[in-house]
Write a protein that binds this ligand. Structure first.
Ligand SMILES: [Zn+2]
Length: 173
């Protein structure tokens, strides 16, 4: 554990129950993510799910964001819902098996998936802002079906520093 790393000290309640973590697949940050989760006292208390770009492709068919994606063939377009469907299924499995109360969406700096799937014009908007936009959209979609979950969005830089982007408290069941 590197004590020089910066982690959020407040802004959200540290989860008391189990958590589902959505991260990117990026190999550079695997250890940093785990260290942060240990810091939040979540050792062996989270389900870990990784999608290239974390929240990115779960929002591929979001009407507010789909215009920012690079154009793909009709055939590819038909398959795109798979990303969101698989995410939704894992969220439900986590709820059924481990009764999760919180979701962590961990976006990161220099994400190759964002560069691969989004237009140049949108990429120029500022890196952290784009990640915040996609993570916020996923938070909204999680809350539409699971309003009792606490959802926290984070941004991790290439050194492993973590910043809280947003937190949305769940409503009591
Ligand atoms: Zn990435």
């Amino acid at each position: 554990m590197c004590s020089n790393l910066s982690y959020p000290k407040d802004g959200y309640d540290v989860p008391q129950g189990n958590v589902l973590v959505l991260s990117c697949i990026d190999l550079r940050l695997t250890d940093n993510l785990q260290e942060f989760l240990n810091y939040d006292n979540l050792t062996n208390r989270y389900d870990l799910f990784a999608l290239a770009g974390a929240a990115l492709m779960t929002q591929r068919e979001n009407p507010k964001l789909q215009g920012h994606f690079v154009t793909v063939s009709e055939e590819e377009k038909k398959k795109l819902h798979v990303w969101k469907d698989i995410w939704d299924m894992h969220l439900n499995i986590s709820l059924d098996l481990h009764h999760i109360e919180d979701v962590y969406i961990v976006e990161h700096e220099n994400c190759g998936a964002y560069k691969a799937y989004l237009t140049e014009a949108y990429l120029k908007k500022g890196e952290e802002k784009r990640h915040d936009e996609f993570a916020a959209a996923l938070t909204t979609s999680i809350h539409a079906t699971h309003p009792y979950l606490n959802v926290h969005t984070f941004y991790i830089d290439l050194r492993g520093n973590i910043k809280l982007l947003r937190t949305k408290k769940g409503v009591k069941k």
